[in-house]
Design a protein around this ligand. Structure first.
Ligand code: NI
Length: 163
């Protein structure tokens, strides 16, 4: 799958858009999310639909030692007051990393590939990656959580890296 990156104007437009609700969890969507899971194998731990060109509200997460998770029409329904910081990266801004502070634990509800609703409580890296992917559905990138100075620096460095 071709993963969209921010240096290509048309792709950035998709990445910056708020995604629409999924209206139908059908076989096409199931196959598509399975392809997304395969496509990040060995290169990442999460991927959101806008990153592969679909402005629809779903994403996949696959951490080591865990079965892959698919979140369709997710909603974060609770966040802890406690924050934690992780160095985040994004397949849409390859090679760039920055420390992002987010709620340390979250509660999320979504639909799975079988079209069944579920709730999940997550903390640690799982909470971070879920929030990172959730942001993608609202056109938000991890760099938006950095200070203006850090963001500008990172973008400059990225521009250089893609030539
Ligand atoms: Ni990302």
């Amino acid at each position: 799958m071709d993963i969209y990156t921010i240096d290509i104007e048309k792709e950035l437009e998709v990445l910056r858009k708020r995604s629409e609700l999924v209206t139908n969890i059908d076989q096409e969507l199931v196959d598509y999310t399975n392809r997304m899971i395969r496509s990040i194998d060995g290169i990442g731990i999460g991927l959101a639909a806008p990153q592969v060109g679909r402005n629809e509200r779903f994403f996949v997460v696959h951490l080591d030692q865990m079965d892959p998770l698919v979140f369709i029409n997710p909603e974060i329904i609770g966040t802890s007051e406690e924050l934690s910081s992780y160095e985040e990266g994004c397949l849409s801004i390859p090679g760039m990393y920055g420390d992002v502070k987010r709620p340390a634990a979250i509660q999320i509800q979504a639909w799975n590939q079988k079209g069944r609703p579920f709730k999940l409580e997550a903390d640690g890296l799982l909470a971070t990656v879920i929030q990172h992917e959730y942001d993608h559905l609202n056109g938000k990138l991890f760099i938006d959580h950095l200070s203006d100075r850090k963001k500008a620096k990172l973008l400059k460095k990225y521009e250089k890296s893609v030539g």
